[in-house]
Design a protein around this ligand. Sequence first.
Ligand code: SF4
Ligand code: SF4
Length: 667
Amino acid sequence: MMSPVSELGAAGYAIFWGVTLFALGIFGFRVFQLWRYLSLGRKGAGAGHLAGRALAAAGHFFGQWCQLKRFSPRDRAALGHVFLAWGFFLFALYYLLFVIIGEGFGISTAIENNSFYAYYSWVVDIAAPLVIIAAAWAMLRRYVVRPPRLKGQQTWEAMLILVTVLVHPMTHLFKMASGLALGAPPVGLGIALPPVSAWLSSFFAGGAASWHSFFFWTHWGFILFVLGIIGYTRYLHMVAAPFNIFLRELPPKGVLSPINLESAGSFGASRITDFTRKQLLDLYACVVCGRCQDACPAYASGKVLNPEAVVQNLKKHLLKVAPGLLKGNKTPPIIGEVVSEEAIWDCTTCLACQEICPLAVEPVPKLVDMRRHLAMEGGRLPEPVRGTLRSLEARAHPYRGTAATRTTWAEGLGVKTLSESRDIDMLYWVGCSAALDSRNIRVARALARIMKAAGVNFGILGDEELCCGDPARRLGDEYLFQTICRRNIGVLQGYGVRSIVTACPHCFHSLKHEYPPFGGNFEVVHHTQLMAGLIRGGRLKISGAGAQRVAYHDACYLGRYHGIYEAPREVLRACGMLVELPRRRKNSFCCGGGGGHMWLEEAPEKRVSARRAEEIVRAGVDTVATACPYCLTMLEEALKTGATESPIKVMDVAEIAAAALGVDDVT
Ligand code: SF4
Ligand code: SF4
């Protein structure tokens, strides 16, 4: 059988290579153009661990781990994407071998007359209907079911993409079927014919040669059309995502990059060119799936912030201004023009958007970079942010109007300060909340009693302890953070501290991961890890007979940031009480206190904590256990006030353990 290209003779090859090279040229030109736009960004820090990154990127891309790890009854769309992607890989190899090489070089008869072609025809024959089903399912979801996360996403671009995904396997099947009707390989190879095409071939019994030629050219034209539009549509994620995943932030997560205050010409990001190239690559990788929007507590509580919109608006802005910037035009501002100031301050830095994003897009560092500009250069700060930073600057803690000192909480407990004795095994870093907030003081007392009961030789810094700096850094004041951080490191090193325990995940994160670039390297454990270890080692003997239904609320800065999910649960299990909330572990819902929001004001109807409180009330528990002072404060307030007013108690895991041990203040 003549191939559809060779049967036209030289004209056939001229048309084939002409249209193929034209489409490749459009694709290559666009990739080059987008590459130049990326070069407008700052160079970021280099990426280490190249082999590990490459393996992980391959697993995410070819193995579709990026989707499979998110598959759940709530997110079945992930499975549809897996079929689409695997179908794409199988077809891409088919086109390369049997169309570009086979047809393009006139050797199709030779390379198709073998068992490999026969078996591969089977593979794509089965893949094609699966891709058709997945594309039809995606269309149905987007245009008929319309889940909330796809609200407003019924665009012509989305339709064009889904139509191309739906139609290309159809044209492939028709091409194969008409070929089989002509007796084209794998007919006669002694191997069963690919079932779907074989069934369809009966429809082409008459005029098969014309049909085969028609479907070959239609099919190939279609594929080349897709190749040409990749760089201009969200198909672009297929090119950008593997690199974005390769360059993604490796654990520890959420560590903000330090600014060199002496050499930096400007602080933070106020223009698109202030972002790093990786941050710009993020914009290309986003496929507008809406998962981040769905997971964002700020968006869920009616605030302006929508991480998907932040990414997409920045992308549109980049594509609009980049050609002019390459010609030397002035860089326009983005704050207020592309991303509103309100959206920038709405973020609680909970990382839910980054955790859920299948393509490693990272909105949080962009939002914090814009905060950095507002805080350090723009001077445009909402009054509550200004007040918090002023308090941190003047008193080294964010609490205004507290009567407590750094040691009031420890009265009567016989806790030594390091200025009294350096003979300790572990420093208890109390944190501002546990030292200065009347409710959280009870947590500090419970933890101190537990450590004493277990024979832990610990001490505190007392008045020498300052805020860890987390609120200053998350609110964008890097200068203030670095000042506080350096002073704390000086004090800790002065006492020769090596090992630290803290009950605050924000202090934990800062001390463990954000102090090392400034020379502070300490072994830091969270109090739930310490307690779980003491229970395991037999130093805390809790008889687990709790009668209460206690739900554990995963704190963002403990769970998503550090993957500490088991330690608090281990303690609660030892106390004999643990029930799970529907949204838990990496899918936990923020309390609304992170990112400096503990000290900011929220409109009552837009409180993130109220959304979480509603979930807790629906779970029908007696108590909700927390392992973070911010969560404790935010949830207690939310459960006591407003529509969610409820008798549900909020207690830190340490308070529950102290009560179970009989060493709490009440006992
Ligand atoms: S970090 Fe949390 S609040 Fe901020 S954009 Fe992401 S999901 Fe929304
Ligand atoms: S940022 Fe990630 S999760 Fe959000 S829409 Fe884009 S691809 Fe989806």
